[in-house]
Design a protein around this ligand. Structure first.
Ligand code: HH2
Length: 298
């Protein structure tokens, strides 16, 4: 997808046009929605809402009705300043939910974790993907665990751990550094035995970047296309939207989120990690229709 002189145009997505999980295949012939399901007391916008398996299942069912394509379960907040959670605590939070989702819903599940043991247990319990916000950097055993489980993998760019990542957000070439870091993450995954068709990349909006950096990454997202992997974008309710719009309450950032989703579609992203699936799906499909012109139905 390019913003060419003559207007927005649909083009093939980076990569083969699909993304493989452990057993599932997600077609990327249109934008796809990853719904956020945080089993944490302290996530920045939905912390404490889905701590019981019943509450998590109810939220997942709601997202299914709204047309979600993939559910991303997380047991450790990554918001700036968040304190780390022990492996056992994270397992206790996410495993019952992953098991229940895989039993009750016909939807792929990804597990948002930087710990290989948590990833391995979730994949054994039925998760199709691992979503590692450290891009394989925090746990040297992660790439091997994903390969051994046969799972799909989302690698995201960050700098430093959540406790410290906003301490220094200066880059000499932000987009170049993000692209190079993601290239290394993909290479490490492939070297460990993860098939390229199972890997997608994510620039890590809000992770070790300031407001201007986040806006620049969105504006220049197309620069990641030459990695040859599908692009996942996670802007939902994030603080840079609050800063631009003067909106302190994360749950009041939906309009800003939808603007970034639409622009992300035009810039070539095919997967969108969002808290409110229904509106994001409509924004993404509308942007997609504009970009595709007469071919949008196909
Ligand atoms: N953002 C968050 C968490 N995981 N994973 C990917 N791949 N991309 C993202 O942008 C991303 C992510 C942060 O959002 P959230 O899960 O809502 O908050 P918290 O980390 O506080 O649980």
């Amino acid at each position: 997808m390019t913003a060419a002189a003559g207007g927005l145009q649909a083009g093939p997505p980076p990569g083969p046009g699909y993304l493989l999980g452990r057993r599932c295949r997600i077609e990327l012939d249109r934008p796809r929605l990853m719904g956020v399901l945080n089993i944490t007391p302290d996530s920045f916008s939905d912390g404490g809402r889905f701590l019981s398996v019943e509450a998590a299942l109810a939220q997942a069912r709601l997202m299914a009705v709204e047309g979600v394509d993939l559910i991303d379960v997380g047991g450790e907040s990554t918001r700036p300043g968040a304190a780390p959670v022990s492996e056992q605590e994270e397992l206790d939070r996410v495993l019952p939910v992953v098991e229940a989702l895989c039993r009750e819903l016909d939807l792929p599940v990804s597990l948002d974790t930087t710990k290989s043991a948590v990833a391995a247990a979730a994949v054994a319990a039925g998760a199709e993907f691992v979503n590692d916000v450290s891009g394989l950097a925090f746990d040297p055993a992660m790439a091997g665990a994903v390969a051994a489980g046969g799972a799909g993998l989302f690698v995201m760019h960050t700098r430093g751990c959540p406790e410290t990542m906003q301490a220094d957000t200066r880059y000499s070439d932000l987009v170049g550094e993000v692209r190079e870091s993601l290239r290394c993450s993909v290479a490490a995954a492939v070297a460990a035995g993860v098939a390229p068709e199972r890997i997608a990349v994510d620039p890590g909006i809000g992770f070790g970047k300031d407001v201007a950096g986040n806006l620049e990454l969105l504006r220049r997202l197309g620069a990641l296309a030459d990695l040859g992997r599908p692009i996942l974008l996670g802007t939902s309710r994030k603080s840079f939207i609050g800063r631009v719009l003067g909106q302190d309450d994360p749950r009041q950032r939906q309009a800003g989120t939808l603007a970034t989703v639409a622009l992300g579609v035009a810039a070539g992203a095919r997967l969108f990690r969002v808290h409110e699936v229904g509106p994001a799906r409509e924004a993404a499909l509308m942007a997609w229709a504009v970009c595709c012109g007469a071919g949008w139905r196909g």
